[in-house]
Design a protein around this ligand. Structure first.
Ligand code: ATP
Length: 338
């Protein structure tokens, strides 16, 4: 289990991590989501004793890293694919670590196999592809068979096979009852692997909730109606169900492509057929009706928009029709923050 309590890390001018509090529980994948520069890597480094908190606590199984009796057996981490010396073989790298941490040497072969590197163990790391170096980083993290695992942007630079492998691995480790804490700057990636999300921006907590709750709160599917009789329709819809929410929509935002005369309404909580039926029952004319949906990625970008420190990103969250919604997610651009 990971416990982060009122954690702050100040570097020079500002706070990389600013009063952060959350826990990552065993048996689930906790996604640590935030744009570049949000403080994810810093938080992981604080949890791993690689940096000291300015204030607050970052604990592994209830203890600061330096107080763990056998750290490699309690927590493993993949922070960077370049942790191993390029002149060493994968096996030599892992054996050195195993010997240093008092881990039986047979674990080296086990984790090489688990990471899909059984064949490549005798090759020098300098000749490895990025995917192979990521796999070696995973083997390294698993060496002590720890109950807590931290993976910092593990799918960065991986091809599709590598991404699938990493997702399955992460899922499997959580299913074995381990605490799995995975960072990413992409909501689309977190959606695929996380059970629970901790979302940060500029070092601060934005959301800490089960994935399903985040999806429910962020996905903003609604029906956009263009009607010359908005008052009548609005009154009817608002009386239909207390969960229905109606907002005004301007004419130039896609409300059926009609301009001039009437207005648009955005209806949350009802389907297109129901909205049409309600309109019919009060005699409100409908000139256009579309189902629109902001993707989770767009909602996330909008929510963390002020928190983006590096790189460009997609403009303000746009809207796409339901048909477009699965077409793929926009990605925040890569940046360097370490
Ligand atoms: N050693 C350091 N010295 C000074 N500033 C630092 C240091 N490490 C991180 N920072 C700053 O702290 C902030 C958070 O960086 P961090 O790398 O933790 O973010 P991140 O969410 O992991 O982003 P990324 O996805 O780009 O790695 C950034 O402003 C970064 O420049």
């Amino acid at each position: 289990m990971l416990t982060v309590r009122d954690l702050t890390k100040r570097y020079g001018g500002g706070n990389a991590v600013d009063g952060l509090t959350f826990t990552a529980e065993p048996g689930r994948v906790t996604g640590f989501l935030g744009p570049n520069g949000a403080g994810k890597s810093t938080t992981m480094r604080l949890l791993l004793g690689l940096a000291r908190p300015t204030s607050g606590e970052a604990l592994v199984n209830g203890r600061a890293y330096e107080r763990l009796a056998r750290p490699a057996r309690e927590v493993g981490a993949l922070l960077s694919p370049d942790a191993a010396h390029p002149g060493r073989t994968a096996r030599a790298h892992l054996t050195a670590k195993a010997v240093g941490a008092g881990i039986p040497r047979r674990r080296v072969d086990e984790v090489l196999a688990e990471a899909g590197l059984a064949e490549a163990g005798r090759k020098r790391v300098g000749g490895f592809s990025l995917g192979m170096r990521q796999r070696l980083g995973v083997a390294d993290a698993l060496l002590g068979d720890p109950g807590v695992l931290l993976f910092d942007e593990p799918v960065n630079g991986l091809d599709l096979d590598g991404v699938r492998w990493m997702r399955d691995l992460v899922r499997g480790l959580a299913d074995e009852g381990r605490t799995v804490f995975v960072s990413s700057h992409l909501m689309s990636e977190m959606e695929m692997v996380a059970d629970h999300l901790v979302v940060v921006g500029r070092g601060r907590l934005i959301t800490d909730a089960p994935l399903g709750d985040v999806i429910a709160a962020w996905s903003r599917k609604h029906v956009l109606v263009h009607t010359p009789d908005p008052g009548r329709l609005r009154e009817r819809l608002e009386r239909a169900d207390p969960r229905v929410r109606v907002e005004d929509a301007s004419q130039d935002d896609g409300a059926g492509g009609h301009r001039g005369g009437g207005t648009g309404l955005r209806v949350f909580g009802l389907g297109a057929e129901e909205v049409g039926d309600h309109a019919h029952s009060v005699g409100a004319r409908v000139h256009g009706l579309r189902v629109l949906e902001a993707s989770l990625e767009e909602a996330y970008l909008e929510l963390t928009g002020d928190a983006v420190e590096y790189g460009s990103r997609a403009g303000r969250a746009g809207e796409r029709t339901a048909a477009d919604a699965d077409a793929g997610a926009s990605a925040a651009a890569e940046g360097t923050a370490d």
